[in-house]
Design a binder for this molecule. Structure first.
Ligand SMILES: [Fe+2]
Length: 371
């Protein structure tokens, strides 16, 4: 608590031997009425804990959600994917519906919704890993077992810069069972997760646990993202961990993509600096990466090799004991540092299990700051 703010910030409890280093809960606040002091507390807590759960905000308006999200980047005002989601071939196209009176805020979830914030008769669909992974959990185990769907940063990664912060608010949550999440990568790794959790892994921890040699590599390497990445990857399939794609040559050829403006291709540092703590996060969208630019000027453009390098660097950071799996309650507004964590949808709902979330993020006004 700070002078002038009543907000209480409490780190999310964890096992004594846990190496996890993210997640805090903030209580005693009202997103519709934030004082300047409240804002300072929220911003500092977000950049310290990477994921900040604002409890009991069911009454928060889409406008207040937008304004809070925008406060992290006052120069920006457009949704993080711009209009790119309109492209029917984008793999993100079916997942999001725009709120007409607050177009930076999207509705995501599951099931049929008659009316919500001016949207009428919308069909929401929680993505299932079987539509994206090369292999799937067998049908008969599907109720009990699940996977990370797709680890990602919320970002268009072409033309637009990655949003600083995403806000995700649970409007309606079917009270669920627990599932066992399997990595299915031969390690035997698994973890118990609440149904439909959102999983977060810290890019800071991902960086901190690397060898000194790898730290040097990631500090000095840049990542080139594919043009129109979500169309480009639409033919490809994911690894069972959701941490990147299998290299079967199924990406859409450049000649079949919308026109490519080379000046809009993003080449970003592999590590992004925390604006409050100065820490470095290893931040790569593993499915959208296409090339690596090394410090000596070498460009690695063998896609299979690029993915193998990135996977080796990121996989230790999504170990079960490092993942925070949020157990959603209605009224939770989760803010996460989109330039300091990667996250994934998890689980599967039955068609009649209705879930409504509101999501907001804004294309950043500047490229993420490197080391
Ligand atoms: Fe996301």
């Amino acid at each position: 608590m700070s002078i002038g703010s009543s907000i209480e910030v409490t780190p999310i409890p964890q096992q004594p031997n846990s190496r996890r280093n993210l997640g805090a809960v903030a209580t005693n606040l009202d997103v519709n009425n934030l004082s300047a002091e409240d804002w300072d507390v929220i911003r500092n807590a977000l950049y310290e804990h990477s994921v900040l759960v604002l409890k009991d905000q069911a009454h928060a308006t889409p406008k207040a959600q937008y304004e809070l999200t925008q406060r992290f980047d006052p120069q920006s005002e457009n949704y993080g994917h711009g209009k790119t989601l309109d492209a029917k071939r984008s793999i993100l196209h079916p997942d999001l519906k725009t709120i007409p009176h607050q177009p930076q805020v999207q509705v995501i979830g599951n099931g049929f919704v008659e009316e919500f914030e001016g949207l009428k008769n919308i069909q929401l669909k929680h993505p299932h890993h079987k539509t994206f992974h090369k292999t799937a959990i067998p049908e008969e185990e599907d109720l009990d077992f699940t996977r990370f769907y797709r680890w990602h940063i919320d970002a268009a990664l072409y033309d637009l810069q990655p949003p600083r912060v995403t806000s995700l608010m649970a409007v309606k949550v079917p009270k669920g069972r627990t599932q066992t999440l399997r990595y299915d990568d031969g390690t035997g790794d698994e973890m118990a997760v609440p149904l439909g959790t959102t999983a977060f892994a810290s890019g800071y921890t991902m960086y901190d646990i690397l060898s000194e040699e790898d730290k040097e590599f990631v500090r000095t390497t840049k990542v080139e993202y594919a043009a129109h990445p979500y169309i480009w990857m639409s033919g490809a399939k994911s690894l069972s961990t959701g941490l990147g794609l299998v290299s079967d040559g199924l990406e859409i050829p450049k000649s079949d993509l919308p026109p490519i403006d080379e000046s809009k291709v993003l080449v970003l540092p592999m590590c992004w600096k925390n604006p409050v703590t100065g820490q470095l996060a290893l931040q790569v969208h593993p499915s959208a990466v296409e090339k690596l630019h090394l410090k000596d000027g070498t460009v690695i453009d063998d896609l299979k090799k690029v993915r193998e390098i990135v996977y080796k660097l990121q996989r230790p950071g999504i170990a079960p004991e490092l993942v925070y799996a949020h157990d959603w309650e209605e009224g939770d507004m989760v803010l996460f540092n989109n330039q300091g964590v990667i996250h994934s949808v998890v689980g599967a709902f039955a068609p009649d299990e209705v879930r409504i979330f509101r999501q907001c993020n804004l294309a950043s006004s500047a490229a993420p700051e490197g080391p």
